[in-house]
Structure formats: C-alpha cells, structure tokens
Design a protein around this ligand. Structure first.
Ligand code: NFK
Length: 290
C-alpha cells in the first residue's frame, strides 16, 4: 500500500506526475527484459572473467566489493557503483560492465552496499566512501594502480558517484584531495527533493536533512577530476534536467565536465556502453585512464 504524498515540486502537482518522470520502467516497453539483459551479462562475466568476489571493505555484511582484475600488473582501475534507487539490486547484477573493461586492461571493482529502508541514504553514502577509500588503499594488493582510479555509477549509483566526488578526502580520510582521474555519471539523480513525493518514499524515507546532505547539485566544491555526465536520450525530461543541473553546478564551481546524452538510449540501455571494449563508455574510460 503506497500512501499519497503531497507533491509540489516544480511543475508537478501530484505523485502520479512525479512517478511518470522518475520511474524509469514506465516509458520502457519491457522492463523485465532490460533487467534480464543485465543478469545475463553478469552471468557471462562471472563465468568467463578472472574475479575476486566478496572482498570485505567494512564490518557489516553488505560491505563487500567484487574485483575483476586486468591481466597486466599496475593496471588502471574503474570502480562502478550500481543503481536500484538505493533500495534494490546489488553489485552482482552489474558484473557485465567488466566484460568490456578487462580486455582493455582495466581492472573493474563493483561496490556493494546496504539498502533502504534497513539503512538510510546517509549510511549508503558513508559505505560508498568507505569502499572507495578501501580501493585507494588496497587495490595495489590486487594488481591495481591507485594513482589511476576512475569512478562511475548508474542512476542511484550516479548519485553516489557525485557524493563521492564531494567527499573531503584529505581532511576526513587522509587521502589525496582529488584521488580520482575521472568520473562517469550515467542517468544520475543530483537533487533528491522530488523523490520525497514519489513511489519510492516508503522505502527511501527522505526528510529535509537527508535531502540537504545528499543532494550533490547544491554546494559543489572545487575538484580537479574531469567528469562525464550522461543519460539516455529517450529518458524523461526530469532525468535530462537532473544531469543538466549537476553539469551547471559543477561548472559554476570552476570544474571540468562534459554533458551529452546517449542517443536513443533508455534508462537501462544507457549503461550498455561498458559491456564491450568498443562500447562508447568503455572507450571513454580507456582514454580517461590512459
Ligand atoms: N522501475 C525500477 C527500475 C529502476 O529504477 C532501476 C533499474 C535498474 C537500475 C537502476 C534503476 N534505478 C535507479 O537507481 C525501480 O523502481 O527500481
């Protein structure tokens, strides 16, 4: 049973209008087939690639990551943060992104994290940061080069990537201030306010404080990491606007970003570009880590 929330956000006046914008399955013909694609690709990855699954980065059971190491020593590294609106899915469903990267000599790391409503989005942000700190401090033990780490994520994972970029890595973690070579944010959410009025609210339990602390579009700090912001060209106007808002905020802080949709892609196919070495996202990453 989903209660009705008063929806007053921009031009949207009720929950149905917010859901129509923010439920990425609604404009897609066969969302189950889109999810099955990820699962099939993930099974292929886990059956065919070298992997080091379920490495602990923190004390709770969900705090694990899966490594798909490149062949050669001192390899560049891509850390992927999965989506599912902070309340579904895991690192496992998205192992397919390593299919395109391992042949390019890039080590993939897929982060897992606890889900709402068992934990809050504040806690998911903290776990994401802990996982990234672990990668920077330990990936050399798995043949990775800690000075060539890129990060990226899809949907809720795009949001968590943006939160990672806004972390005080030097003050709070004793790491380099801007430890990442590049970031790629795919169909992300950067202003969480509208989601409070959506079908997700019973699970994600947003309040003023969670929204303020976890909306990276507001208060971007100077950061030397170049970022690529993208989304599916066939997605709703709010997904396009969320990316535009973050791009504008990133540039207003004097930072470097490139904003471009994936032509014709929906919310799901927007990340297929990691699954083959010639995919546009895999190629962008290889260039950024070269
Ligand atoms: N309609 C679905 C699909 C969805 O939002 C989604 C599916 C796969 C990966 C990311 C998703 N959304 C954001 O994190 C949902 O409500 O979760």
């Amino acid at each position: 049973m989903t209660p009705n929330y008063p929806a007053i956000y921009r031009e949207f006046t009720d929950q149905a209008q917010i859901d129509a914008q923010y439920n990425p399955s609604l404009p897609v013909a066969d969302p189950a087939a889109e999810m099955q694609h990820f699962v099939t690709q993930a099974q292929r990855a886990r059956a065919t690639l070298r992997d080091v699954p379920d490495v602990r980065y923190g004390p709770t059971l969900a705090e694990t990551l899966d490594i798909y190491p490149a062949e050669q020593p001192n390899a560049p590294v891509f850390v992927f943060i999965h989506g599912g609106y902070w309340r579904a899915l895991s690192s496992k469903e998205f192992a397919g992104i390593a299919l395109g990267l391992q042949p390019l000599g890039i080590t993939s790391v897929l982060i897992n994290y606890a889900l709402c409503p068992a934990v809050t989005i504040d806690e998911i942000t903290r776990q994401t940061r802990a996982a990234l700190a672990w990668v920077l401090q330990h990936i050399h033990e798995h043949g990775g080069d800690p000075t060539r780490v890129a990060i990226g994520g899809h949907s809720a994972g795009g949001h968590l990537t943006a939160m990672a970029l806004q972390t005080r890595w030097a003050e709070d973690y004793g790491l380099p201030a801007d430890p990442f070579k590049a970031a790629v944010l795919v169909s992300g959410l950067y202003d969480l306010a509208p989601l409070r009025y959506s079908y997700l609210q019973p699970k994600i339990q947003l309040d003023d404080g969670v929204i303020r602390r976890n909306s990276p579009a507001f208060g971007v700090r100077p950061c030397t990491t170049p970022i690529h912001i993208t989304w599916g060209g066939a997605e709703t106007s709010e997904f396009a606007r969320q990316s535009q808002v973050f791009h504008d905020a990133w540039q207003a802080a004097g930072n470097t970003s490139k904003l471009a949709p994936v032509p014709g892609a929906n919310h799901f196919s927007a990340i297929h570009g990691f699954e083959t070495p010639d995919g546009h996202l895999a190629r962008w990453l290889a260039d950024a880590l070269a």
